[in-house]
Write a protein that binds this ligand. Structure first.
Ligand code: ADP
Length: 170
């Protein structure tokens, strides 16, 4: 059975990520979504919460597992017996970055094959960073992230204000 790994920051998970997860899961016997700590990106959500949000979203997909990791992605893939790394591609800018990383990873771990799946057109504009900006300004996230992710974003940005002003009891 070929084990594939879809690594990322998932800060937070979007329907663009979910689309890649579902399509990759249909191709491989087992898919592990690997969530890295990524302190360089200063994530909004702590690692444990990012893992929980993805776990809740993939609950109905029996061949999909979720694991947090630190360190090199290729080392993580080796540790869990993976053979294929999955990445998603949106526009040209993704390609350049993925290409650079792929060449480095090939040097580090020639046995791991990279498979890039093109975004589905309806998710082409979706990125975690844009989602966070819209959420921060109170915009509607319907059709962009699962409901429980929208709730977590709202709590992150608005719960402290609502509690402080006594606007809502949570
Ligand atoms: P990273 O910090 O590794 O880029 P992300 O969570 O931002 O982590 O993205 C993980 C992977 O998912 C990357 O390969 C990214 O290109 C891909 N991805 C993100 N958003 C989308 C989307 N809307 N459609 C397809 N792929 C996406």
């Amino acid at each position: 059975m070929v084990v594939a790994v879809y690594p990322g920051t998932f800060d937070p998970l979007t329907y663009g990520h979910m689309d890649i997860i579902e399509r990759a899961a249909a191709l491989f016997g087992k898919l592990t979504v690997g969530i890295y700590e990524n302190p360089s990106k200063q994530p909004l959500f702590p690692l444990e919460q990012r893992v929980d949000l993805v776990k809740e979203a993939v609950g109905g997909l029996p061949s999909v597992h979720v694991k947090a990791f630190k360190g090199l992605t290729v080392d993580f893939i080796h540790r869990i017996g993976g053979r294929v790394m999955i990445r998603g591609l949106r526009a040209n800018s993704d390609f350049e970055r993925e290409f650079e990383m792929a060449l480095m990873n090939r040097k580090l771990a020639p046995d791991i094959e990279l498979l890039c799946l093109m975004t589905s057109s309806q998710y082409q504009f979706l990125s975690s960073s844009l989602i966070k900006e819209v959420a921060k300004l109170g915009g509607c996230l319907e059709g962009m992230v699962p409901d429980h992710v929208a709730v977590a974003l709202r709590e992150k940005f608005f719960a402290p204000i609502e509690v402080a002003t006594g606007k809502h009891k949570m």
